[in-house]
Design a protein around this ligand. Structure first.
Ligand SMILES: NC(=O)c1ccc[n+]([C@@H]2O[C@H](COP(=O)([O-])OP(=O)(O)OC[C@H]3O[C@@H](n4cnc5c(N)ncnc54)[C@H](O)[C@@H]3O)[C@@H](O)[C@H]2O)c1
Length: 328
């Protein structure tokens, strides 16, 4: 299938582009490189550099290239920044996504795969987090993603749009070949932060909260490998039906504490990770992990990276080989 990957120069999108190529699909990338990297692009894949908010330009690309499917990774994704600058998030994550959907429908393109997030659930009332739990985001970032999920639901009721909303837990790791990986500035995700501390690229790390009701007192999250996320996109894209929506929570269904991540990086790297212990951060729940049985049962999705060490190993390979990321 011809797949337009919006945000395909970013972390998860670039891994998905590779997987599409491997499976014989025809990816094309649209990205404004605001947070993406030219080095993450495959020169053999058509690249349209520009902004999603430029509606006439998006219209032109749809008219000329006629993708069968649109995968939409482009968004801003810093929770803290979304609290400080909510309009920046509403504009890019909501307004620009609606413009994209409007142009898709205008062009008669009806298959859409959306990057949603476990942040739409906020502080869950029970664990693991299944699709049936109420969604009550606690920050603008999570709210913008839920707003799009709701728009998709409504659009599918009155148009031929068929969509999948994939709610990732903590995307992590890198392609095992070591040439694609995570390069965010600033970095806020735990595994790259711990690796950068191990590499001496940052002075140290603060563990926010050591008195949570968890076995070692630190917060527990569900780390899902980026290539397993890519696989879920390819499975979902082939199951889309007009006028219907799929919602899937994507995680390994097991949680790992902050201390467990530090120990894993120390094991894999053979280096000591310098860290200090600080107070909890407001809004950080003690534990978050997924129930992904729905996508396993309905689409046969099987995450290949089951252990934290396997995930950290791929991340370590990328960061050790690219201490300055893509270098742009
Ligand atoms: N990384 C995670 O752990 C995680 C977890 C849950 C959900 N998500 C969601 O997954 C998606 C991808 O995350 P990521 O970590 O790969 O992010 P990323 O920042 O690495 O990639 C996003 C890409 O979109 C591009 N982009 C942003 N706004 C654009 C615009 N207006 N026009 C054109 N291009 C634009 C950026 O340049 C970047 O290349 C995001 O929607 C994010 O909210 C990520």
């Amino acid at each position: 299938m011809k797949v337009l990957v919006v945000g395909g120069a970013g972390y998860i999108g670039s891994h998905c582009v590779r997987r599409l190529l491997e499976m014989g699909d025809e990816p094309m990338v649209m990205d404004n490189l605001s947070n993406g990297h030219r080095g993450a692009l495959n020169p053999a894949v058509p690249f349209f550099e520009g902004d999603l908010g430029d509606q006439p330009w998006v219209r032109e690309i749809f008219a000329t290239h006629r993708p069968d499917v649109v995968m939409h990774f482009a968004a801003f994704a810093y929770v803290g920044e979304s609290v400080e600058r909510p309009m920046k998030y509403y504009r890019n994550n909501v307004v620009n996504t609606l413009l994209l959907l409007e142009e898709m429908l205008r062009a008669g393109i009806h298959r859409f795969v959306f990057s949603s997030t476990c942040a739409t659930f906020g502080v869950p009332e029970s664990l693991p987090i299944s699709e049936d739990l109420p969604q009550r985001p606690i920050n603008p970032y999570g709210q913008t993603k839920l707003d799009i999920e709701n728009a998709l639901r409504a659009l599918a009721r009155s148009t031929p749009l068929g969509f999948a909303s994939l709610r990732y837990f903590n995307a992590s790791g890198a392609d095992p070949r070591g040439d694609l990986g995570e390069d965010h500035a600033p970095e806020t995700h735990l595994i790259p932060l711990v690796i950068e501390a191990a590499l001496g690229r940052r002075e140290g790390l603060t563990i926010f909260g050591t008195d949570y009701p968890t076995p070692d007192g630190t917060a527990i999250r569900d780390y899902i490998h980026v290539n397993d996320l890519a696989d879920a996109h390819l499975l979902a894209m082939r199951q889309l039906t007009p006028g219907a929506g799929l919602f899937y929570n994507l995680g390994t269904e097991s949680g790992h504490s902050v201390r467990a991540v530090i120990e894993s990086v120390e094991r894999i790297s053979g280096r000591k990770v310098p860290y200090t212990e600080g107070p909890r951060r407001a809004g950080d729940p003690p534990k978050l992990y997924a129930d992904s049985s729905r996508i396993r049962e309905e689409l046969g999705w099987v995450p290949r990276y089951r252990s934290l060490d396997e995930i950290v190993e791929t991340a370590w390979r990328w960061h050790e080989g690219h201490p300055h990321g893509y270098g742009d």
